[in-house]
Design a protein around this ligand. Structure first.
Ligand SMILES: [Zn+2]
Length: 478
C-alpha cells in the first residue's frame, strides 16, 4: 500500500550517499579500493597533513555531473567546494571537503514506479564530497582505518515527497538501478557503496510538515522500509496520545526491529562552512558537458516502458528484463540479431533466469551470450531440435560453457524430421504394440497418445513431433 497512514500525512525525504567508481580518491591519487590492508592507501593529502594540497579528481567530477543530469537537475555553471568543520576521530583533517553553496546539481526530479503509478520525487541537490575513514570497535579499543578517508562520495538529497516505507523502498531500488545503469556506482547498501539516511515527519492532513526525525543505520532498502514504517507508527502513537514529538536522530536496531534515540538536537548543527581555499571553483566547458551527454544512457524506467511497448512484453517480463542493464542489452542484442522478441523474452525470464538462480550468477556472468541464445533459438525454429531438447541444451551451455550447436552435435540430439526415417520407427512401434494399434484403428483413439509416447521413447525424444504425428496418423488410417 502506498498511502501509509489513514490519519496523518507522512513526509519522507532522503539523503543518499553513493561511492563513485573511480580509480583514485577525491582529492589525491591514493587508490579508491576496498579490501586492502588497513592504512595502506593513504598520503599526506587524505591524512590532512598541514600544507598538503588537494586536487579534484576530474573523473569524479564527470560522474557527479552525469548523475545530476540524469536526475534532471540544473547543472552548475560554476561549482565549488567548502570545508565542513567538525571533529571526529575518523576524519583526520577535522573538516570534510564538501559542496555547500554551489553543488553540481540543483532542483531535479526522479520518476519512479509506485503501487499507484509513476510519480516524480523532487531532488533538492546533488553534491560531491569525500568519505571519512572507518572505525573498528574491537573490545576495549577502537581501531582506525583511513583507507576510505577521501573516497569520492556523491550525496543526493530529495525533498520530503515520499509517503511510506513501501514507497521509499521502491524509490531506493529505482535509484540503485539508475546509478548502476549509469555505471557510476555499485549502489550496494550491504557492502557500503551506498548509504541512506531518512528524515520523516507526520502531521494532521493539510497541516504541512511535522517535527522532523532523522533515521540512520539502515543497511538495505528493506530495512529502510521497516524502520520508516516503525517510525510512522511510533510517531502516530505519540500524537494520538496527545503528546508532541522531539526533533532528534534515531538509529534503526535491526535485531529488535525498532528505532532508538541516538541524540536530540537542541539547535541546528553549526559546521561553519567556509570556501575551501585550496581548490579553485570549477567551470565546465563545452567539451566537458558534451562528454557528460555522451555518457548519458537511456534510463531504466524509460527503457522498461519502451521495451514493453516495442516488443509487447508482459509487465513481469519487462520488470525482469530491465532490472539490470546487461540483461536489457542482452535481450535487445538477441532480438536485433534476428530472434523473435517474445520468444527471447519468454526464455530469458523463465528458463534462463532459473539457471542463473541455480548457479547463483547474473546473466552477464553466465556462459550464455546473446549469440548462443540466438543460435539455440535458431536450432528450434529450423526444426533441428525440439523445445524439450533445447532446455537440455541450455542447461549444458551453463554447465559446459559450450555453443548450442556443438552440444547438439556432440550429444546426437538433432531432431528426426525425415518422414522416411520416422516411418521406420513408427512401423516398429506399431508392430510391437499391435493390439493397441488395432484398438485405435477400431476407434479407441484415447490410446493414440500412448503410442505417440512410445514413438518419442523409441527415438530417444528426437522425433519431430509434428512430422511423427502425421506419419502415425497415416499408419493408423486416421
Ligand atoms: Zn591520499
Amino acid at each position: 500500500m502506498s498511502r501509509a497512514h489513514e490519519k496523518y500525512d507522512v513526509f519522507i525525504g532522503l539523503e543518499i550517499h553513493i561511492h563513485l567508481k573511480t580509480e583514485s580518491k577525491m582529492f589525491c591519487s591514493c587508490p579508491a579500493r576496498y579490501g586492502d590492508d588497513p592504512n595502506v592507501n593513504v598520503c599526506p593529502v587524505c591524512m590532512g597533513y598541514p600544507g598538503a594540497l588537494p586536487a579534484v579528481n576530474e573523473r569524479a567530477m564527470e560522474l557527479g555531473y552525469l548523475v545530476a543530469r540524469a536526475l534532471g537537475c540544473q547543472t552548475a555553471k560554476t561549482t565549488s567546494f567548502a570545508r565542513k568543520n567538525y571533529f571526529y576521530p575518523d576524519m583526520p583533517k577535522n573538516y570534510q571537503i564538501s559542496q555547500f553553496a554551489e553543488p553540481v546539481g540543483l532542483n531535479g526530479m526522479m520518476e519512479a514506479g509506485f503501487d499507484d503509478g509513476i510519480r516524480g520525487i523532487r531532488i533538492h541537490d546533488v553534491h560531491l564530497e569525500e568519505d571519512a575513514g572507518k572505525m573498528i570497535h574491537a573490545g576495549d579499543v577502537t581501531l582506525l582505518d583511513y583507507n576510505r578517508a577521501g573516497y569520492p562520495l556523491l550525496e543526493i538529497v530529495t525533498e520530503p515527497d515520499l509517503r511510506s516505507g513501501e514507497e521509499t523502498e521502491a524509490f531506493l531500488r529505482s535509484f540503485q538501478r539508475l546509478v548502476r545503469y549509469l555505471g557510476v556506482s555499485d549502489g550496494n547498501m550491504d557492502e557500503g557503496s551506498m548509504k541512506c539516511d531518512a528524515n520523516i515527519s507526520i502531521n494532521l492532513p493539510g497541516k504541512g510538515l511535522g517535527t522532523k526525525v532523522e533515521l540512520k543505520n539502515m543497511n538495505s532498502p528493506r530495512f529502510v522500509r521497516l524502520a520508516l514504517n516503525h517510525e510512522i507508527e511510533r510517531q502516530a502513537k505519540v500524537l494520538d496520545g496527545g503528546g508532541s514529538l522531539v526533533q532528534e536522530t534515531r538509529l534503526w536496531n535491526e535485531n529488535r526491529d525498532i528505532t532508538e534515540t541516538m541524540r536530540r538536537k537542541e539547535a541546528a548543527d553549526d559546521y561553519r562552512y567556509f570556501p575551501e581555499p585550496d581548490i579553485p571553483p570549477f567551470r565546465p566547458d563545452e567539451a566537458f558537458m558534451a562528454g557528460v551527454e555522451t555518457s548519458l544512457v537511456e534510463l531504466p524506467l524509460a527503457r522498461k516502458n519502451r521495451m514493453a511497448q516495442e516488443y509487447h512484453l508482459t509487465p513481469e517480463q519487462a520488470d525482469f528484463l530491465h532490472d539490470e542493464k546487461s540483461t536489457a542489452d542482452f535481450f535487445e542484442e538477441t532480438v536485433q540479431a534476428g530472434a523473435d522478441a517474445r520468444t527471447v523474452a519468454a526464455w530469458l525470464s523463465s528458463d534462463v533466469r532459473k539457471l542463473c538462480n541455480r548457479e547463483q550468477i547474473s546473466l552477464a556472468q553466465s556462459p550464455l551470450t546473446s549469440a548462443r541464445m540466438g543460435s539455440l533459438l535458431n536450432l528450434i525454429s529450423s526444426g533441428k531440435i525440439s523445445g524439450k531438447i533445447a532446455k537440455k541444451v541450455l542447461d549444458m551451455v551453463f554447465t559446459e560453457n559450450a555453443d548450442p550447436e556443438a552440444i547438439v552435435k556432440k550429444q546426437g540430439w538433432t531432431q528426426i524430421s525425415d518422414p522416411a526415417e520416422l516411418q521406420t520407427i513408427v512401423d516398429a512401434v506399431l508392430h510391437e504394440h499391435s493390439a493397441v494399434a488395432d484398438a485405435v484403428r477400431d476407434g479407441d483413439v484415447r490410446q493414440r497418445g500412448w503410442l505417440m509416447g512410445q514413438i518419442m521413447r523409441a527415438s530417444d525424444g528426437q522425433a519431430a513431433p509434428n512430422v511423427a504425428n502425421q506419419v502415425l496418423d497415416k499408419a493408423l488410417g486416421l
